[in-house]
Design a protein around this ligand. Structure first.
Ligand code: PXL
Length: 264
């Protein structure tokens, strides 16, 4: 038991892979949680050897160890908000889905990480199918980028109209709230994200910041939404605040070694 008198802060859990370059994955999530006033819990699913240019290697954490991490965190903290990133393998996905099945009340953000910004597949086709079958049914909010949405819907999203209807199709198909991120779109002047919860649409737009490497943006965005939800605003407010958090982080990018990094 704590002695009385300490202030309390909320906690949130990220279930994701480690990025040795520190820009994406668990490292991005933890930095985001901390800076938004939330204690970060981490369940690591795999370890990547990478820098912003390339993923040189990936190793799975043994699924029993993933289970142990989940149990250790759950028994002590019982986080109400969970962010899921790179799950990597089918056995790890099974473990995470068993955990989520026991957490019916939690707010779960799924960033369906499939391909790294440097172009490497981070999930096999078999694992993507398993993710859709076993994880998506437990998630509250899905945050695909355009290539991920195209993969999930098995069609090209080449026009603004198609993108707008894709958000609704994803909601109908998967039964969760959807935030479709437009950072990969062809528009050179604006980034438009579209949110749809089955009843209301929200369009979030910001000027595109040119010539900035965006490695880790998706992780930072989803974990910012998760952290905001842990401090209990309503979901549309959480998404709006997370959108501007990421926009500011891109705008204030810094250089370290050869990398350009989001900064806030
Ligand atoms: O940005 C997607 C992503 C998520 N998680 C890990 C990653 C990456 C991209 O490289 O390495 C661990």
């Amino acid at each position: 038991m704590n002695p009385p008198g300490f202030p309390t802060i909320p906690c949130a859990l990220t279930i994701a892979g480690s990025d040795s370059g520190g820009g994406a994955g668990i490292q991005a999530d933890l930095k985001t949680f901390q800076s938004l006033g939330v204690h970060g819990l981490t369940v690591i699913t795999c370890i990547t050897a990478q820098n912003p240019d390339k993923v040189a290697g990936v190793r799975e954490i043994p699924p029993t160890m993933v289970r142990q991490q989940l149990e250790a965190v759950e028994s002590y903290f019982a986080p109400e908000c969970v962010k899921i990133g790179m799950l990597y393998s089918v056995p790890v996905i099974h473990e995470v889905s068993l955990y989520l099945a026991r957490k019916k009340e939690a707010f779960v953000v799924l960033d369906p990480v499939m391909i790294s910004t440097s172009g490497r597949a981070l999930l096999s086709t078999k694992a993507i199918d398993c993710l859709v079958q076993e994880i998506v049914p437990h998630c509250s909010l899905l945050t695909p980028n355009l290539p991920e949405a195209e993969y999930l819907l098995k069609k090209q999203l080449s026009s603004r109209e198609r993108i707008k209807s894709a958000v609704r199709e994803l909601h109908d198909k998967f039964g969760c709230f959807v935030l479709l991120k437009g950072g990969h779109s062809a528009s050179s002047t604006e980034v438009i994200d579209i949110y749809w919860d089955g009843q209301t649409e929200d369009i979030l737009s910001s000027p595109r910041i040119k010539n900035v490497q965006t490695h880790g943006t998706g992780c930072t965005y989803a974990s910012a939404i998760c952290a905001k939800m842990a401090t209990k605003p309503e979901i549309k407010t959480a998404i709006r605040e997370a959108h501007s958090f990421v926009h500011e982080a891109i705008k204030h990018s810094v250089q370290s070694g050869r990398a350009t990094l989001l900064h806030w």
